[in-house]
Each structure stands twice: as structure tokens, then as C-alpha cells.
Design a protein around this ligand. Structure first.
Ligand code: NAD
Length: 479
């Protein structure tokens, strides 16, 4: 039984401090499980176990063998698809079908990186006559992974899948609010053939176990997904030992809708990009920028769709589940009460179903119209199901609006004009651009990451493997 224990060196360990953390079901706010409360002593054990695996059997494995282990892990995850989805839904509150998509994505991450493991290689470089120069892509060694609660399985899979494929041994600190599936998957690691210590999970609070990991001198790379504030702290702690970091810190991603767009195609995507996971998605499309000539008609259609959205427990599998916890609920309420105070009109809103438990952390999705571009609702990440609508008059203004936040993670562009698609895509400051579609959270194969306050470094796709390796140049003089 993995509950309330860490997974270290291939075994289940009771927390060194002997304390546990209750896990609440966001759908009813009631505790249903316990996590081990990790301390620096647990992190020390995990880092030492990872180092032994890296210096031992894992480090000695060929890339092809590593790929086979990851492939077996993907098959084991796929075989437990429904069990993992049910647990993820309960733990995070997300509707079941969204948790099923996450479970499928987790298997796919391991499958993708299984195939990539033995295709990662260096180059030979032209140099002076009499020399041969080559580069090797080597693993960092022991990598630390700090994972948030919004997509425990997906973010664990994308980060650890790439790190393992590149040959690193991992220590993971998942989020205290939701991480039971991560523990369940760790239990499969040994069965898949991962040598003991290659993958270690220490649960606990961020300021305790998370900080102990970020500042640990035995860590060679840190990958963090979460808030910009915590990301800054993690980067500062890692800098003490000059440890490289990959930061994925969220966004205020725009969806730009021009007057010539196919609105029938755009409408459901505009809605799902903000309602998915109750808006608690780093790449949520949380601003819709609409060309003035279609502003009112599109807003009417959006409002009608918002008014039909139903919110309820994860098991009810409605459009939207609860938020993760009471703190997140208060955060969203704060934004909405600011909007009300500042006279921003609510154009449409969903409804929490009558039989949703009152103790759950529910928030009806809200569509806000004519949000002033300087207002915090147009600039800050809410991390809830709140869509801010703004209008623009021309392409330049659309781009200025799109680029008018400190973030730059994802942008959506809706237009039938092919030249405009490229013009706008090139001028938008963002790590990913979707044209006539939008991939909130999706795309195992697609490099993903931000600029500015959204962070730096790339996860997903083949690109992530480069971040989990260091390049060594070897120059041979042979005459
Ligand atoms: P957070 O950034 O504090 O937590 C993310 C992870 O970092 C968790 O595993 C947490 O335990 C860990 N952590 C927290 N403090 C730490 C520290 N001092 N040292 C090391 N690790 C630490 O996020 P939160 O408090 O759960 O949520 C706050 C806000 O962050 C949200 O409202 C949202 O805006 C944003 N957020 C973004 C993402 C994303 O995917 N980009 C995910 C979660 C939260």
C-alpha cells in the first residue's frame, strides 16, 4: 500500500518525521487519503538512492534498454487506464473524461520517450585539419522534479519520461493537494524493470520537501511547474549550487478571433480551452480578443454556451468539476469580486448543479465582457474558469493586446486569411501558437514552454530531451 509513504530506492518508506498530510476530495471537501509529510531527511535518502542508481545499474544500461523499460511502463500504465483515471478524478476533482484523457496521455508520454531514448545523439563538427570533433549528449545525473496538482499524471509523465529516456535518475516532489496517481505509477516502475532508486517519489509540502529538493547539493537539474512566485524561489535555491532549471509557470493566453474566422469551429474550442480542468490549466485560453465587427454576435454565442455549462462532482462527469481547494476557490472569488467592484459585466455564467455537495470547492464558469486592458483580469492568471473578453480594431492592436501581459505561453489565432495567420503567429510573443485550433495542455509530441513570466526551457516532444542532457565536446587531434 503506497499511501502515506514515500517511494525511495524501490521501496516504500514511512516519512522520517512520522507525520502525514490529509488529502481532500475537492468534490466534497472531505479527506479520503493520507500522504507522507516529507522532510529534508527523506529528500536526502531519495537523492542518495538516485545517485546510486545513476552510478550503478541505470547508468550502465544502454539507451535501447532504457527505451524498453519505458515502453513496458507505458504498457503497465495503459493496462491500468481506468483505475488511474478514477483516482485522478477523485484526487483533483476533474470530470472523469478529462481524467481519462490524462491517463491516456501519461501512457503516451512513456511510449513517446521510450521510442526517443535511442534516437538522441550528438554530432560531428568540422574543425581544423588533423582533428575530429564530436559532441556527446550526456544525462545530467540526478534530476529533481517539482510537480503541481492540476495535472499530476501528465506533468509527471512529461517531465520524468524525458528525464529517464535521457538517462537521468529522478527524485520527484509531487504536489501535496493531488498526487496519488503518481505514487500508483511509481509502484509500477519496478515491475517495468526500472532499477531500484532510478525513480523516487517524496511527497509533502512545498516549503519543506520541495525546498529541500530545490536546494539539495546532490541534484544536477531541477524541473519545476507551478506559480511564477514559487518558480523564482526554486531558481534562487538551485542557483546556490549553479544547478540549471526548467521553469513552466503558467500564462494568460490569448485567443485572437478575427472577423473572417470560422466561428462555428472556434466556439467550442474557445469554451473548452478555459473550462477544461476548471480553468486550472497553465495554457488555458483565458483571454478572448475579438475583432470589433463580430464582438457582439460572438459574445452572444459565447454567453449562450457559458449559460449552458454545468458544474458538479468529478463522478458526475459534467462540463466542469470543482477547483482544487478552498484557497484556490478564494483566489477566484477575489478576482470576480474585483470585477464586480470595478463594474465589469458578467456576460454569461454556468451553473453548479443542485446536488453538488456544499462542502465541495465549486465555482461556476464566468464570461466577463469589456474587460479594461489594464485591469488585473486582463493581465493576471486567475487559474479558474474565468474568460475575459476584449475587443480590437485591427491586426496591430490585436497583437499589442495579445502581447500585453508579462506571460507568453500559448496563443490561439482564428482567421481564414493564410498570410495573416503567419504574420500574427510570428509577432505573438509566446512559446506555442495554434492557428484555427487550440491545444490547452495537449500535444505530447509538441515542444512546450514559455517566455517571460511563463518561464523558460522546453518540455514535451523531442526538444525536452535536450534540456535533460548536457553537451560534451570532444576534440581529437590525430594529425
Ligand atoms: P505552487 O507553485 O506553490 O506549487 C507548485 C509545486 O511547487 C507544488 O508541488 C508545491 O508543493 C511546490 N512548492 C511550493 N512552494 C515551494 C517551495 N518554497 N520550494 C519548492 N517547491 C515548492 O502553486 P500553488 O500554491 O499550488 O498554486 C498557486 C498558484 O500557482 C495558482 O493559483 C496558479 O496560478 C499557479 N499554478 C500554476 C500551475 C501551472 O501549471 N503553471 C500549476 C499550479 C499552480
Amino acid at each position: 500500500m503506497e499511501e502515506a509513504r514515500h517511494f525511495i530506492g524501490g521501496e516504500w518508506h514511512a516519512p522520517a518525521g512520522g507525520e502525514t498530510i490529509p488529502v481532500l476530495d475537492p468534490s466534497d471537501g472531505q479527506p479520503f487519503a493520507q500522504l507522507a509529510r516529507g522532510t529534508p531527511a527523506d529528500i536526502d535518502l531519495a537523492v542518495a538512492a538516485a545517485r546510486r542508481a545513476f552510478n550503478g545499474p541505470w547508468g550502465a544500461m544502454s539507451a535501447a534498454e532504457r527505451g524498453r523499460v519505458l515502453y513496458r511502463l507505458s504498457m503497465l500504465v495503459a493496462a491500468r487506464h481506468e483505475e488511474l483515471a478514477q483516482l485522478e478524478a477523485r484526487d483533483t476533482g476533474k470530470p472523469l473524461r478529462q481524467a481519462r484523457a490524462d491517463s491516456a496521455a501519461l501512457a503516451r508520454y512513456f511510449e513517446f520517450y521510450a521510442g526517443a531514448a535511442d534516437k538522441l545523439h550528438g554530432e560531428t563538427l568540422p574543425y581544423q585539419s588533423g582533428y575530429t570533433v564530436l559532441t556527446l549528449r550526456e544525462p545530467h545525473g540526478v534530476t529533481g522534479h517539482i510537480v503541481p496538482w492540476n495535472y499530476p499524471m501528465q506533468i509527471f509523465g512529461r517531465s520524468v519520461g524525458a528525464a529517464l529516456a535521457a538517462g537521468n535518475a529522478c527524485v520527484v516532489k509531487p504536489a501535496e493537494d493531488a498526487c496519488l496517481t503518481v505514487l500508483r505509477v511509481a509502484a509500477l516502475a519496478t515491475e517495468a524493470g526500472l532499477p531500484a532508486g532510478t525513480l523516487n517519489i517524496v511527497t509533502g509540502y512545498g516549503h519543506e520537501a520541495g525546498a529541500a529538493l530545490a536546494r539539495h547539493p546532490g541534484i544536477d537539474h531541477i524541473s519545476f511547474t507551478g506559480s511564477p512566485e514559487t518558480g523564482r524561489l526554486v531558481a534562487q535555491m538551485a542557483a546556490e549550487h549553479h544547478v540549471p532549471v526548467t521553469l513552466e509557470l503558467g500564462g494568460k493566453s490569448p485567443q485572437i478571433v478575427f472577423a473572417d474566422a470560422d466561428l462555428d469551429a472556434a466556439l467550442p474550442v474557445l469554451i473548452s480551452a478555459i473550462v477544461q480542468n476548471a480553468g486550472q490549466t497553465c495554457s488555458a485560453g483565458s483571454r478572448v480578443l475579438i475583432e470589433r465587427s463580430i464582438y457582439e454576435p460572438l459574445l452572444d454565442r459565447l454567453a449562450t454556451s457559458f449559460n449552458a455549462l454545468r458544474v458538479g462532482p468529478s463522478q458526475a462527469d459534467l462540463d466542469c468539476g470543482p477547483l482544487i481547494n478552498a484557497k484556490q476557490q478564494r483566489r477566484v472569488w477575489d478576482f470576480l469580486s474585483d470585477a464586480q467592484h470595478d463594474g465589469i459585466a458578467m456576460a454569461g455564467h454556468g451553473e453548479v448543479v443542485a446536488d453538488a455537495p456544499e462542502s465541495g470547492f465549486y465555482q461556476a464558469p464566468a464570461l466577463l465582457r469589456d474587460v479594461p486592458r489594464t485591469h488585473r483580469l486582463a493581465r493576471e492568471e486567475v487559474f479558474g474558469p474565468v474568460l475575459a473578453a476584449l475587443s480590437f480594431d485591427n491586426e496591430d492592436e490585436a497583437i499589442a493586446l495579445a502581447n500585453g501581459t508579462a506571460y507568453g505561453l500559448v496563443a490561439g489565432i482564428w482567421t481564414r486569411d493564410g498570410a495573416r495567420q503567419f504574420r500574427v503567429a510570428k509577432r505573438v510573443r509566446s512559446g506555442q501558437v495554434f492557428i484555427n485550433n487550440y491545444g490547452a495542455g495537449g500535444g505530447v509530441e509538441l515542444p512546450f514552454g514559455g517566455v517571460g513570466q511563463s518561464g523558460h526551457g522546453r518540455e514535451k516532444g523531442f526538444e525536452a530531451l535536450y534540456g535533460f542532457t548536457v553537451l560534451k565536446t570532444i576534440a581529437i587531434r590525430h594529425g
